[in-house]
Design a protein around this ligand. Structure first.
Ligand code: ADP
Ligand code: GN1
Ligand code: MG
Length: 367
């Protein structure tokens, strides 16, 4: 990606159908993927999020915006029909001057604009059980609202994103090539992954056999992708819709559990500090099923513990693959960070396996 210059920012601030002239874009938020800025109209009454899409990761920004516009147009109708506020409860895209949802700048980079959802907060980590319940309700509700949307019509913005057997195959390839000479130090992790090969197939096989409904999935269901109402703490709006794709509810449930049902850092170096929280798992399960359970057939609900385990395993496999390949994909700030991230995921998987019967029992209780 090219560096973002002041000239480019000036160009972009004139390229969209804002309500009037806007201020110079200022960096905003702490997302890891896109370059995010905010601008105000000169009279200060309107605010917008201006983002440059990371096309190293999302190679087809046109298709990505087609997904986002399709899903948010659909959500808007749904929200209006239910008496909600479509300005706050879904993302609203502002068109470029030429009427398109994307602007390609003079460096060839892709930009888009959303209205800023005001009076909200965005949490970087789960701080309380109440907030985690709210995240569960918000993502459950998102799935429920989109249960009649034709999921298969969406583009895959990152090919085979949650194809766990393919992630496994990519790991095997990286291991065989071992370009950094790191395989010799990670025998335990390699053995752990190999022992889980059969597990990797569980969800994709059920999907291929037509036993699970294809859903509109968000695929990055961390707490920082939900905006909460600043006054009431209620979940208002699901954001970061770049990875919206056809998928399984278990993926979204699972990634929230992976990232939120623990009290450790994702890259914790001391594995004795890593624990899966059965309590937070229960809190999330309760909130998710309260919001989405009504549209889910029984087998889909039974797959939720598998989503938790496989999203965690898969993420660990991805971190370890990146470690073997020389840390190209996930940004790192120190040596061994991707290895620590992988180990943390595998510790969480072991904990889940030790509590498997209880995980299933909790889903049954709230199903
Ligand atoms: P990334 O893919 O880099 O994580 P996000 O789309 O999640 O990018 O945006 C980064 C941050 O910008 C979010 O965590 C949130 O704080 C803020 N943000 C994004 N969209 C909006 C919006 N429409 N209104 C208010 N804040 C937003
Ligand atoms: C990446 O950038 P961030 O943190 O939102 C990754 C997710 C991983 C996550 C692990 C597009 O998301 O799939 O679960 O890191 N996003 C992409 O922290 O690969
Ligand atoms: Mg984000």
């Amino acid at each position: 990606m090219k560096p973002i210059t002041e000239e480019i920012l000036r160009e972009v601030s004139q390229a969209f159908q804002f309500a009037g002239p806007v201020s110079h874009p200022v960096r905003y938020g702490s997302g890891h993927i896109n370059d995010t800025f905010s601008v105000f109209t000169d009279d200060g009454t309107r605010r917008y999020i201006v983002q440059r899409i990371n096309t190293d990761i999302f190679e087809n920004p046109q298709q990505l915006m087609e997904n986002i516009c399709g899903v948010t147009d659909y959500l808007r109708e749904h929200i209006i029909a239910n008496g909600g506020d479509p300005e706050r409860e879904t993302l609203n895209t502002i068109r470029a001057v030429d009427g398109k949802p994307l602007y390609i700048d003079s460096d060839g980079e892709a930009w888009r604009v959303f209205t800023f959802v005001t009076d909200t907060i965005c949490l970087e980590k789960v701080e309380s059980e109440k907030d985690f319940y709210t995240v569960a309700e918000t993502f459950g509700n998102f799935m429920n609202q989109l249960s009649d949307f034709p999921a298969a019509s969406l583009h895959e913005t990152i090919a085979r994103f949650h194809d766990t057997p393919n992630r496994y195959a990519n790991f095997e390839k990286a291991l065989a090539e071992d370009v950094m000479g790191r395989a010799k130090d990670i025998a335990d992790e390699i053995e752990f992954i190999h022992a889980h090969e059969a597990d990797c197939h569980h969800l994709v096989d059920l999907l291929a056999e037509g036993k699970l409904p294809l859903r509109v999935t968000h695929n990055d269901t961390k707490i920082n992708n939900v905006l909460l109402d600043a006054a009431s703490g209620k979940g208002i709006c699901v954001i970061d819709l770049d990875t919206i794709m056809p998928g399984l509810s278990a993926y979204d449930f699972g990634d929230s559990i992976r990232s939120g049902a623990n009290d450790c850092a994702e890259d914790e170096p001391d594995q004795s500090k890593v624990h899966f929280s059965m309590h937070l798992y229960e809190v999330f399960t309760k909130g998710y099923l309260a919001a989405a359970g009504a549209v889910m057939p029984e087998l889909e609900k039974k797959c939720l513990p598998w989503g938790a385990k496989l999203m965690t395993l898969e993420c660990g496999i991805r971190f370890l693959t990146d470690y073997l390949e020389g840390d190209h994909y996930f940004h790192t700030q120190r040596d061994g960070q991707n290895l620590d991230r992988a180990r943390t995921q595998f510790t969480l998987v072991k904990d889940m396996e030790a509590h498997w019967a209880e995980m299933e029992e909790i889903v049954n209780r709230y199903a």
